[in-house]
Design a protein around this ligand. Structure first.
Ligand SMILES: [Zn+2]
Length: 416
């Protein structure tokens, strides 16, 4: 561990405790604003509400339009969906140590979802859309930064916050803002919920999402069956061969997730669509997957009257832990034990914006948000006491970084 000067940070940590009621009220307020990824008006409303909360930080504010989300529909046509804006706040870009904070505005719950309100499950557990993923985390992040700004140590740290609108659908449009920030910052703090016990996600798998379209030739199933070219059959062959790749390479899993095609019983189907996801552990696994899939595509494309095409890409690279990233985890766990928390980090198959940041070489912890669970379901819950606990954890990390006399492990290779 880098040596830390002995400082008493308790006044600012205690101040966070005094903020509990406000943090809870704000989390509930944000949860009640629907911000499904495809509800740009709601996403923007959350962004503006956060700017209200963040006024006290006195940062430079930028509203950043995000490119429409592109998607191949079930007719094989490219569709575009408007996204909400990203929001960036910047402070002290000249400071020696630059920190990137990130959290998403969107949730997986669409405008017409039945799940729009919070309710108490017991005294300590709040159920509601986004309370853990990630609206509680947004409140934790802002409160930790506010504590830093109130302390005498703030001058040593510059920071930028990115609130992005499309994380739940892969950050297609906001990934550019993350890689841009990576050029300016030394470390990242992202506010996805922790594991339910408070532990952090360490290594993360990479992920790719793909769509496949097969096209054949329609014909009457009775009179001219021989003239038809069956797109559903071609797709079934593709999916069978694709699924057979499972188990052939350690750490790689492929999930055929959807198939849609065909119509009336008396027509040879001329169109079929499917979607699948790949998870992998090592960057070089990507090429192995692409080579093997290409072989399957080539075989089907050689068939008379049939064609197959693939869209999509690996949007998230595997998150591997660099030496600097391990030190950052150690710092977080040390801060945890000072606060009476027993924390560690564990690998996961899930991925998030922390993958993107690690790909750009920036050590980061991406599960600094609240404790909760059952995210992406209407059982999503937040352990409300974790709002202040997790804000204190981040604030202590920030104050320790601000007062450390050895930051070479973080800033040696990067001029500011
Ligand atoms: Zn999330």
């Amino acid at each position: 561990m880098p040596s830390m000067q002995q400082q008493d940070f308790t006044p600012w940590l205690n101040w966070i405790d005094s903020q509990y009621e406000q943090m809870l009220a704000r989390t509930i307020e944000l949860s009640h604003i629907n911000s499904g990824s495809f509800n740009p008006a709601g996403v923007n409303k959350v962004g503006l509400q956060l700017l209200e909360y963040a006024k006290v930080l006195d940062a430079k504010v930028e509203i950043l339009p995000v490119a429409p989300f592109k998607h191949i529909d079930n007719q094989g046509k490219l569709q575009e969906f408007p996204m909400g804006n990203a929001v960036r706040l910047t402070k002290r870009p000249e400071a020696k140590l630059q920190i990137f904070f990130c959290g998403h505005l969107d949730t997986v719950f669409p405008l017409d979802s039945d799940f729009q309100q919070t309710q108490w499950l017991d005294d300590e557990t709040l159920n509601g859309p986004g309370v853990a993923d990630l609206k509680g985390g947004l409140i934790v992040m802002l409160k930790a930064i506010e504590a830093l700004e109130r302390s005498p140590y703030a001058a040593n740290i510059g920071w930028e916050i990115l609130f992005n609108p499309d994380e739940e659908i892969g950050s297609q449009g906001s990934a550019g803002f993350i890689s841009e920030a990576a050029k300016r910052v030394h470390l990242g703090m992202i506010y996805e919920p922790s594991f339910p016990d408070g532990n952090f996600a360490g290594e993360r798998k990479g992920s790719g999402n793909f769509s496949i379209i097969t096209r054949g030739k329609a014909a009457h199933a009775g009179r001219e069956h021989h003239l038809g070219r069956n797109a559903v059959r071609a797709m079934c062959d593709f999916i069978s061969a694709l699924d057979d790749l499972n188990g052939k390479r350690t750490g790689v899993t492929i999930n055929p997730a959807l198939i849609e095609g065909g119509g009336a019983n008396n027509i040879v189907p001329d169109l079929c669509l499917s979607r699948f996801n790949i998870r992998l552990e090592k960057p070089e696994d990507e090429q192995w997957c692409l080579d093997n899939i290409q072989q399957i595509l080539d075989e089907i494309n050689q068939r008379d009257g049939l064609s197959i095409e693939m869209h999509g890409h690996f949007g998230r690279k595997p998150k591997l832990l660099s030496a600097a990233n391990l030190k950052l985890f150690q710092l977080a766990c040390d801060c945890g034990s000072e606060l009476g928390l027993n924390l560690t980090w564990l690998p996961t198959g899930g991925c998030c914006d922390g993958n993107n940041l690690a790909e750009a070489g920036i050590p980061n912890i991406d599960t600094l948000g609240v404790q909760g669970g059952k995210i992406h379901s209407s059982d999503e819950y937040l352990k409300v006491k974790s709002l202040t606990v997790r804000a204190k954890l981040s604030a202590l990390m920030l104050m320790k970084l601000a007062t450390s006399d050895d930051l070479n492990w973080l800033i040696s290779d990067k001029p500011v």
